[in-house]
Write a new protein. Structure first.
Length: 86
């Protein structure tokens, strides 16, 4: 994954993994209410079933809830990957 290009400064790539496509779509819908986004792409999540949904968010084009939340938070720069992430 180190060779994957990073999104532009004002965009974020989001990956949602859920047990069902409907759950993944509901999470994506909430994100789209806060940020402009690209068309979502979905894929099987693995042999056990589930769905992996990908979308790109435009963080420069935020809606009311995201705008107020972003203005009130500061990045600590100490984000880390989950145990199952590279």
């Amino acid at each position: 994954m180190d060779d994957d290009p990073l999104p532009s400064e004002s965009h974020a790539e989001v990956r949602i993994v859920a047990a069902t496509p409907e759950v993944a779509r509901r999470v994506a819908e909430v994100l789209r209410h806060c940020f402009a986004s690209t068309e979502q792409r979905s894929y099987p999540a693995g042999a056990g079933g589930g769905t992996r949904l990908h979308l790109t968010l435009d963080t420069d084009r935020t809606a009311g809830p995201a705008r107020s939340w972003l203005a009130s938070t500061e990045s600590t720069g100490q984000a880390s990957a989950h145990a199952d992430e590279v």
